[in-house]
Design a protein around this ligand. Structure first.
Ligand SMILES: NC(=O)C1=CN([C@@H]2O[C@H](COP(=O)(O)OP(=O)(O)OC[C@H]3O[C@@H](n4cnc5c(N)ncnc54)[C@H](OP(=O)(O)O)[C@@H]3O)[C@@H](O)[C@H]2O)C=CC1
Ligand SMILES: CC(=O)N[C@@H](CCC(=O)OP(=O)(O)O)C(=O)O
Length: 352
């Protein structure tokens, strides 16, 4: 018998990926699987990839309420923004890993600017990016943890080591990131129809309006002790999964003065992730590609110095449903429960 866990929002993309990972986890036992409008439907009718497991075969999604979920020792919430905060109020004792944005931002004014003036600010939980300095200890001790957004995870992993090492200017950072369509959730939207998305890349939330902008700024500022401001632009790519973030930042004087600025950037990334089981600096000259982390909890990073423009260029990639969502949530649960950090997870993507 493993530790009893529940998944709320299990009929969605992130929740479905959580079920897939939990089905193969050696130390966790799935005891409740809940949905919203899909409650009462067979789990495998929405996730046919999960056929062949006793927790799913012939089992229907339960309704999402505290009574159903409260039996679990740890609850994963893969619910839309706003719904997590409501449910968490009804589960004051439970260990929770929340995949929504409800508990990520500390500043109420910033919250209202990006999530709406009339959307209550629920407050802040431990921020669940274990690779940030000091984060693992906070996560291990926390009852409730907020898993970061997918773009946020991918971008923060690329930039935090450069800022901490004094190689990048904190007020001159530009991020342009492409995401696969599952990042938008399993919703019926006309802009996500196959015929709208296939064969086309498009930008959205342009002009600093995407809600991950303040999340990335908050995490990078706290990790570096500097006041970070940046420009973030998301784009949608015609693929089901994956994020590729292109992050550039003005090189500091210290960086340009070093004998080999490109190597200095690589050294900072290499040192930051030398013991990480999931975040990998690629060999020199090799550049991240979404396919290499597909289906995994891995993140790949690589950097170069563009001395002509005086900028650091860091590329990073994750699977938005892996290290960007469900994989990271399992990694967080492992830490909170005192299990090996890597239990039930792989860093190796499905290829080709
Ligand atoms: N997709 C991604 O790459 C990432 C997602 N996240 C976050 O994870 C969370 C889930 O995202 P995702 O899986 O993409 O979203 P989906 O839209 O695919 O799934 C949402 C889930 O929430 C359920 N749900 C919706 N409304 C309610 C409600 N009122 N009460 C109870 N359950 C409800 C849905 O049930 P039903 O369909 O049965 O109504 C479904 O199970 C979101 O907060 C998202 O921001 C974070 C990182 C990455
Ligand atoms: C492609 C796409 O639409 N992606 C989502 C990001 C999903 C995610 O990680 O973010 P949250 O948990 O903060 O919602 C978006 O841009 O809203």
């Amino acid at each position: 018998m493993g530790t009893r866990v529940a998944v709320a929002g299990a009929s969605g993309y992130a929740g479905g990926e959580l079920l897939r990972l939990l089905a193969g986890h050696p130390d966790l036992e799935i005891t409740a699987v809940s949905a919203g409008s899909s409650a009462g439907k067979p789990i495998t009718s929405i996730h046919p990839n999960l056929v062949g497991h006793p927790a799913f075969d012939g089992v229907n999604f339960a309704a999402t309420d505290a009574a159903t979920l409260g039996e679990a020792e740890l609850i994963f919430m893969a619910l839309p923004h706003g719904e997590s905060a409501k449910l968490a109020d009804a589960l004051p004792q439970a260990r929770i890993v929340d995949l929504s944005a409800d508990f990520r931002l500390g500043d109420a004014e910033t919250w209202h600017k990006f999530y709406g003036a009339d959307v209550a600010h629920a407050g802040r939980w431990a921020y669940g990016l274990p690779e940030l300095p000091g984060a693992k200890e906070n996560i291990r001790q926390a009852r409730t943890v907020a898993a970061p957004g997918c773009y946020a995870t991918t971008s923060i992993l690329a930039l935090a080591p450069l800022l901490a090492a004094g190689l990048a200017e904190p007020d001159d950072i530009v991020i342009v990131a492409a995401s696969g369509t599952s990042g938008a959730g399993r919703s019926l939207r006309t802009d996500l129809l196959a015929s709208e998305v296939m064969g086309s890349m498009s930008a959205y939330k342009v002009g600093g309006t995407h809600r991950h902008t303040p999340e990335i700024e908050q995490a990078l500022s706290e990790a570096s002790g500097l006041e970070v401001t940046l420009s973030f632009t998301p784009t949608l790519a015609p693929m089901p999964r994956g994020i590729l973030a292109t992050c550039t930042a003005k090189l500091t004087k210290a960086a340009t003065a070093s004998a080999d600025p490109g190597q200095a950037l690589r050294d900072a990334l290499g040192a930051a992730y030398s013991t990480s089981p999931f975040v990998h600096l690629l060999p020199d000259g090799q550049w991240p590609a979404t396919a290499a982390v597909y289906g995994s909890n891995g993140a790949h990073v690589q950097a170069a110095a563009d001395l002509h423009a005086g900028r650091a260029v860091v590329i990073s990639t994750t699977d938005n449903l892996g290290k960007g969502a469900a994989g990271q949530a399992v990694q967080l649960a492992n830490l909170m429960l005192g299990l090996p950090e890597t239990a039930g997870l792989t860093t190796h993507g499905v290829a080709p």
